[in-house]
Design a protein around this ligand. Structure first.
Ligand SMILES: Cc1cc2nc3c(=O)[nH]c(=O)nc-3n(C[C@H](O)[C@H](O)[C@H](O)COP(=O)(O)O)c2cc1C
Length: 342
């Protein structure tokens, strides 16, 4: 598969060198700093912050700092959402002040609470307004600006090629296209061939996204779309190494850090849990970590008993959670480094 080996080669995004072409998708509530560090450590070419609302960021609202802060990775990419040019420009300046190397603009989020505020994919209904936001961000910072979009609002308005072309003319360095319309939300199957129309409309790199989880699918989306790179989201649930492992297979090397043995898996899950408690504080961290623990259980311990699952996903005592995780993943052996049980 020629397309697969292509994924191992670097990509230039407005002068920023990206080490390979398999990216972790931004996912609000999921791809926080601990998750991105793991995904990048396993070899993902690029990781992106969760979206941050530019209006909230500009007002200095709590929580925004955690979303935009530099996690020490070589390329720091921050995604902004919003509908006011003044907030988008200010948000971009704040992110650039946090040493962002790339600013991404969210024009794909389908959630009602985002589109209801005319942000996210609602911007695809008014390309002039979308362009005013792009121009404001491009004008505010000297780092490359990218845009993430869907195919359009609905089947009758597949205007991603037009938005991408106008974004390129406004100075955008790369576009990512999720092969669904806003009105599809996450239903049906992403249309990988439709992304080809965006690729044909621009000469900047195009990233194809939607329903990819394996090397074969990564090669096929590239072949059908002609895109330059692939972005992967939900396939990472319970497996932060998916993008890295596909990039590694493409490059003919083995992905670093994938936990295969039971003890390694227990250590991995516990350290992810503990990093979340450190980042958010124990009270909020343990709630936010539950979805990840649920996915790790679904994926790697599907025979876990209902009582054990309940104990892990409802306990408010980190030490208990860790002990139970060790029982489930490593027959009770303690993790090699233990922080929260102490
Ligand atoms: C829970 C969740 C949160 C998401 N948050 C964001 C976000 O913050 N910014 C964004 O551009 N897309 C967001 N997305 C969309 C993903 O980046 C991606 O486009 C979508 O999941 C399709 O890719 P996949 O099939 O590989 O998951 C989110 C998706 C999910 C499922």
């Amino acid at each position: 598969m020629a397309e697969l080996t292509t994924l191992a080669s670097p990509l230039d995004v407005g002068g920023v060198k990206i080490r390979n072409r398999v990216f972790l998708a931004p996912m609000s509530g999921i791809t926080d700093e601990p998750f991105r560090q793991r995904a990048y450590g396993h070899g993902a070419g690029l990781v992106v912050s969760e979206m941050v609302a530019s209006g909230e960021l500009a007002k200095g609202r709590a929580g925004c700092d955690l979303r935009i802060r530099h996690s020490g990775l070589p390329v720091h990419m921050v995604q902004l959402a919003g509908r006011e040019a003044v907030h988008m420009a200010e948000g971009a300046r704040i992110a650039a002040g946090e040493s962002a190397d790339i600013i991404d603009i969210n024009m794909g989020c389908p959630a009602k609470k985002v589109t209801g505020g005319y942000a996210g994919s609602a911007l695809m209904r008014d390309l002039d307004h979308a362009l005013s936001l792009i121009e404001a961000v491009v004008g505010a910072v000297s780092v490359p600006v990218t845009v993430k979009m869907r195919l359009g609002w609905d089947e009758s308005a597949l205007n991603a090629p037009m938005l991408a072309r106008r974004a390129e003319q406004a100075g955008v360095s790369m576009v990512t296209v999720h092969g669904r319309t806003r009105c599809q939300f996450y239903q049906g199957k992403a249309d990988w061939r439709a992304i080809a129309r965006v690729k044909q409309a621009v000469s900047i790199p195009v990233v194809a996204n939607g329903d990819v989880g394996s090397p074969e699918e990564a090669a096929t989306i590239l072949e059908q779309s002609g895109a330059d790179a692939v972005m992967i989201g939900r396939a990472h649930y319970g497996a932060p190494w998916i993008a890295g492992s596909i990039a590694s297979i493409a490059g003919g090397v083995s992905a670093p850090g994938i936990p295969h043995a039971p003890q390694a898996l227990a250590d991995y899950v516990v350290s992810h849990y503990e990093d979340m408690l450190s980042l958010y504080g124990a009270e909020s961290g343990l709630r936010q970590a539950r979805k990840h623990l649920g996915w790790y259980l679904d994926r790697h311990a599907s025979d876990v008993s209902a009582e054990q699952r309940k104990a892990i996903l409802t306990s408010f005592k980190p030490g208990e959670v860790v002990a139970e995780l060790c029982r489930v993943f490593a027959d009770g052996a303690q993790p090699t480094s233990l922080r929260s049980a102490a």
